[in-house]
Design a protein around this ligand. Structure first.
Ligand code: ZN
Length: 401
């Protein structure tokens, strides 16, 4: 398989120019700025001469942080019930109230992370968002489908993401916070059964983490949105550039879908809307998702990911991309237990075939500029965009055979 860098250089430049326009400002989930990014993308697709381009509206969650505030706030209610209601009500009634609140918190987290409807969802602010969807027909008859995915929105530049040290701390505290909801239940129950103080104090340590989680949740939205050049204007630019090339050099028997999604950063509501609207048509399609593909000398694919419920790339998909990725040094990556997930994970959870590509610096597992205010277009690297474009192009050619 040859790497044609001459063509790739041209299309990487196209990707970069789109990213530069998109990342002029933050694009919060379900905001006017996200809508503008969708309109820009739609206009670009139409200017390429594509006829089948449409905007898919849906109601999306505005802030993942308010979700955490609600879930960890409910966990705090559980802790408070255990500590403050034992005197007036007695141990068992206090424990029952505590377990109900912690159980509700755990149910919310489990459902959110496995992309199901969760309790109290409607109490959180939702607003209009949209996906931009386009279809590029092949020259011959349609024998297979492939969906190129890049999300339009950018995340709040919450302080947890400001430095590599804080990101590491965020991941560790996130694990304690989320698994702690499920751990607090047996700890408090064991205390009531055995009267051993150690169980109660361990529960209190978890309460401190849940306070931290709740506090992060209620204060996160006071800050600005990241400009999101790498996360994820780099991907939107990459998919637009691939679309441009596909129109010039169409595939033989593969129908290409382009999916520019909204509200990825708040839990993949855009991808869920896409599947709700078009899932039956795309049941056998291969989804190729791009996440932070503009910085770094290494390209990886997500091998395993998922908060609470871990999911692994389907074997057939992995074999295919390893075959195509060899000349690019493509290697597998595993996202941390908590804190990072992609639309690829949403697709795996719901039984679809998907791969997610991203780039990073050699020797560092932390994604460059992830959710930072410094995620500006001047940090994007042509060389990375070029390699990602070239890899994606080779994958399209191989898939079309
Ligand atoms: Zn992203």
């Amino acid at each position: 398989m040859s790497i044609n860098l001459t063509d790739s250089a041209h299309f990487a430049e196209r990707a970069l120019s789109h990213a530069q326009v998109l990342a002029r400002s933050g694009r919060g989930s379900a905001t006017a700025a996200e809508k503008q990014a969708a309109e820009y993308t739609q206009a670009q697709l139409k200017s390429l001469g594509l006829e089948d381009v449409h905007m898919q509206p849906f109601l999306g969650l505005r802030s993942i942080w308010l979700f955490f505030a609600l879930a960890f706030g409910m966990a705090l209610v559980g802790h408070a019930a255990f500590w403050f209601l034992r005197q007036p009500l007695g141990y068992v009634p206090a424990l029952i109230i505590s377990l109900i609140a912690l159980g509700l918190s755990g149910t919310m987290l489990w459902c959110k992370f496995t992309f199901r409807d969760y309790p109290l969802r409607t109490t959180l602010p939702h607003a209009p968002s949209q996906n931009v969807i386009a279809v590029i027909p092949p020259v011959g008859e349609v024998r297979r489908r492939l969906v190129l995915v890049g999300h339009l929105d950018s995340h709040r530049a919450v302080f947890w993401f400001a430095t590599n040290f804080l990101v590491t701390l965020f991941v560790i505290s996130g694990v304690v916070c989320i698994y702690g909801v499920f751990l607090a239940i047996p700890l408090y129950a064991l205390f009531v059964l055995t009267q051993w103080q150690i169980f109660a104090w361990l529960g209190l340590v978890l309460a401190i983490f849940h306070f931290l989680g709740w506090f992060s949740g209620v204060t996160a939205d006071l800050g600005q949105y990241s400009p999101g050049a790498n996360d994820n204007a780099s991907a939107v630019g990459t998919v637009l550039a691939l679309a441009e090339r596909l129109i010039m050099q169409p595939l033989q028997n593969t129908e290409i879908w382009l999916a520019f999604t909204g509200c990825e950063e708040t839990g993949c509501d855009g991808m869920l809307a896409l599947l709700k609207g078009h899932g039956s048509m795309l049941k056998d399609a291969l989804f190729v998702d791009f996440e932070l593909v503009g910085i770094g000398d290494r390209i990886s694919y997500v091998h395993e990911e998922g908060n609470l419920h871990r999911r692994v790339i389907p074997t057939k998909v992995e074999t295919l991309i390893n075959e195509v990725g060899k000349p690019y040094g493509l290697h597998p990556a595993t996202t941390p237990l908590i804190g990072a997930s992609t639309e690829g994970g949403t697709l795996w959870e719901l039984g679809y075939k998907a791969v997610c590509f991203s780039a990073h610096h050699q020797g560092s597992p932390i994604l460059p500029e992830w959710h930072r205010l410094t995620d500006t277009p001047d940090h994007l690297q042509m060389n990375t965009l070029e390699r990602v474009h070239s890899l994606a192009w080779d994958l399209l050619q191989r898939f079309d055979q």
